[in-house]
Design a protein around this ligand. Structure first.
Ligand code: PLP
Length: 393
């Protein structure tokens, strides 16, 4: 071979005796075949075979297999974001004339997708009270093909009675999905509760370092797997093997990160709850939390995100107190090593009067907890102080 060819074709080297604990990052667009016949028959390799880089490399398959094992599923599909993990399920399941039920507490862009993308295409949706439980039967008409759940709910942390919802859905032939980002399969296993699609924003705890975006959909039915895989193939979605390698690295430490962050978050939630008015601290492990009994029954732990409802008298002081925080950063997304504060205003449909004010979402990372508490304490002091109006009344 001549020099320019030698620049392109690398020599094969031995792998014998090489054993590493790291997962190799296999990058590929083209997959090459041994023979013209193998190339001609590539479609018979099925969704698990290797045919094109977009559809998977050994690096992405390793991440998929590892999530499948944790979720106790059959297959996992990776997509470029947590939001895509939700929308792809909707796109794979719903046809014009169908409808989907979503909880009031779903990750907010889910309702946006239903209103602005699905509705103009003839797919309708209905928002339900996350605490509805088995009474969801009353919302199921023949158009309903999918019930989406998220437990605990985004920001306000209501825990849903998944077994009760699934029992109704099964009896009516309706598919179910659950956004399991908060608990991760370490603390809750939706598929073990007969949910059909368990999704996660790997962006959060699996990635764990605020530097990657990815989502996963785990299933325990091979036909549902094919439907999801076909949908992303037709749309042309795939994930980068470099991001998969980062996610695999994040996964290795997820157990200890969650254990630590969850412990500090629960300790802070209890400490804050002991000082402020009842019901202001929104954490599933507190007795006052909506769905606490369900959380105790179905979950095996709590992760590092919880919220505090800010009473009216503390609203004005909050922005300056947040800006003054030294260890916490201000920002959305969560689940990383850096602790975050995010002041949220939320709108609820099922109960329009619920949570009218600011809700402070707190994500605990890995910093020293005394430094974190030094940032939170002044905020808690303001919340705990009696409002001037109440004093003079
Ligand atoms: C962040 C988040 C998502 C979306 O994940 P992205 O990767 O940011 O698209 C979905 N669901 C929940 C519960 C989330 O917290």
């Amino acid at each position: 071979m001549r020099d320019k060819t030698l620049c392109v074709k690398w020599p094969e080297v031995s792998h014998e005796g090489f054993a590493s604990l790291a997962i190799p990052t296999y990058r590929a667009s083209t997959i090459v075949f041994d023979s013209a016949e193998a190339y001609a028959n590539r479609k018979y390799r099925g969704p698990d075979g290797y045919t094109y880089g977009l559809h998977g490399t050994p690096t992405s398959r390793t991440l998929e297999a590892s999530i499948t094992a944790l979720e106790q599923g059959l297959r996992t599909v990776l997509v470029p974001s947590g939001q895509a993990a939700i929308t792809i399920v909707f796109l794979a399941v719903l046809l014009p004339g169908d409808s989907v039920l979503i909880p009031d507490t779903a990750y907010p862009p889910v309702a946006g997708f239903c209103e602005n993308y699905l509705k103009p295409r003839g797919i309708s949706y209905r928002i339900y009270d996350p605490m509805i439980g088995g009474a969801i039967a009353g919302l199921i008409d023949p158009t309903v093909k999918l019930i989406w759940t998220e437990s605990p709910g985004s920001t306000t942390m209501e825990v849903q009675d998944i077994p009760a919802i699934v029992a109704v859905a099964k009896s009516r032939g309706v598919l179910t999905g659950c956004d399991n980002t908060w608990a991760t399969p370490l603390y809750f296993k939706p598929l073990a509760h007969e949910i059909d699609f368990s999704s996660m924003a790997l962006t959060k705890y699996v990635g764990g370092h605020s530097d990657l975006l990815m989502g996963s959909i785990a299933v325990k039915d091979i036909d549902l797997y094919r439907r999801i895989k076909d949908t992303i193939r037709m749309i042309g979605l795939g994930v980068s093997p470099d991001d998969c390698a980062l996610a695999l690295r994040g996964m290795e430490t997820m157990g200890v990160r969650l254990g630590h962050s969850g412990g500090v978050a629960l300790e802070f939630a209890k400490r804050i709850a002991s000082r402020v008015a009842p019901g202001l601290v929104l954490h599933p492990a507190l007795r006052t939390a909506p769905g606490h009994e369900v959380w105790k029954r179905d979950f095996s732990g709590s992760s590092g995100v919880f919220s505090v409802s800010i009473p009216a008298h503390a609203e004005e002081a909050l922005p300056d107190l947040l800006t003054a925080a030294k260890t916490f950063s201000i920002g959305a997304s969560w689940g990383g090593t850096h602790s975050l504060l995010a002041p949220m205003t939320i709108s609820r449909v099922a109960d329009a009067n619920a949570h009218p004010g600011t809700i402070l979402r707190i994500s605990i990372g890995l910093e020293d907890e005394n430094d974190l508490w030094a940032d939170l304490e002044p905020i808690v002091n303001v919340i705990a102080s009696e409002p001037a109006i109440a004093r003079t009344a």
